[in-house]
Write a protein that binds this ligand. Sequence first.
Ligand SMILES: C[S@@+](CC[C@H](N)C(=O)[O-])C[C@H]1O[C@@H](n2cnc3c(N)ncnc32)[C@H](O)[C@@H]1O
Length: 365
Amino acid sequence: MHLFDKDGLKMPNHEKRIKEEKINELIFSSEKLIEQKQFQKARELLNFILTELDEKSTDAMNNIAAIEILEENYNQALEILNKIVKYDPDNEIALNNIFYVKSLVNDQEKKVFKRGTDSLLEKYDLPKNYQDLIGNGDFIKVGEDFLKHFIKIGNLKENYSVLDVGCGLGRMALPLSEYLNEEGKYTGFDIVKREIEWCKKIIEPRRKNFNFFHADVFNFHYNPTGKTRPCFYKFPLESNQFDFVILTSVFTHMLSFEVDNYLSEISRVLKPGKRCFITFFLINDESLQHISNGDSAVKFEFKINEFRLNDHKDPEAAVAFEESFIRELSEKKNLKVVDPIYYGQWCGRENFYDYQDIIIADKNS
Ligand SMILES: C[S@@+](CC[C@H](N)C(=O)[O-])C[C@H]1O[C@@H](n2cnc3c(N)ncnc32)[C@H](O)[C@@H]1O
């Protein structure tokens, strides 16, 4: 009995191992066949894995998707890749390939659009100091990187209704205009009038479900003549209407009582269960350590309660918040921070996700 139990426990593991070895062998052979462009034979091996050995083998599915991509059957590839992500939402290969296939599908349009955008930036006399307004970096690349983040870690979908608070010169709107479909919708607002004028002129006519508006809200750095104080500004938008609210490099330019009001407004306009994606400079033990080691380009030497300024003469040029303060404040606003926080490189971290820290938070249902 004892022996039987022991064998009984051992057998499934043993069988499992043999099965895994067989699958690995077949995957390896299929990859060789794919390299030799023997797609039909490779497909047969991979289908054998899925029908006889493991119907959920994501390796086999990824290889079939690769064949579909090589044969330019992009819709079939996307179908398979989406199925993989259903079984395994973090499957890096499938996620990257989804993005790759979508960019291949859009390639023609994208090239034209990109070229168009570059020349439009010049043609329409982009504000001379536009890099002061939106920061340094490659305008197009930063937008495309963030679109990837929205999809990968924010779970943005093509049919979502998106609000872009502090949209600037449409750095996020441009890639979103290629990603969101007919059912999707985009609204962006900013306090700098000429930025909104530019977005209205360049982006609105290209996508009928995209719109921008100007909010004459005060900010010492960006709009020193603004009429409404950010701590009192009510977004002129109906409640419970957005699936995804983004703020990229906006709360890094606002003070704490202003962020308090904006988080209330974000929570109000989000549909229950839907999310916001916000970048910050977050102060915690790790970032403080880097700052005191001299690793950080921004020092945030001026501490005022729960926030810190980099330059007290130009307070909103760069603002950092205690991470614990943002967590507590979000909770008060009915927004649940989704861990992990994706920490950024700004303070000199060696392992980072992007430049600023990214918080994703869901409105409670
Ligand atoms: C560094 S830029 C980022 C722009 C854009 N989000 C992007 O990623 O390209 C900061 C933006 O925040 C905007 N901003 C500052 N205070 C704001 C407020 N109270 N409401 C809305 N936008 C604001 C500025 O006008 C500016 O366009």
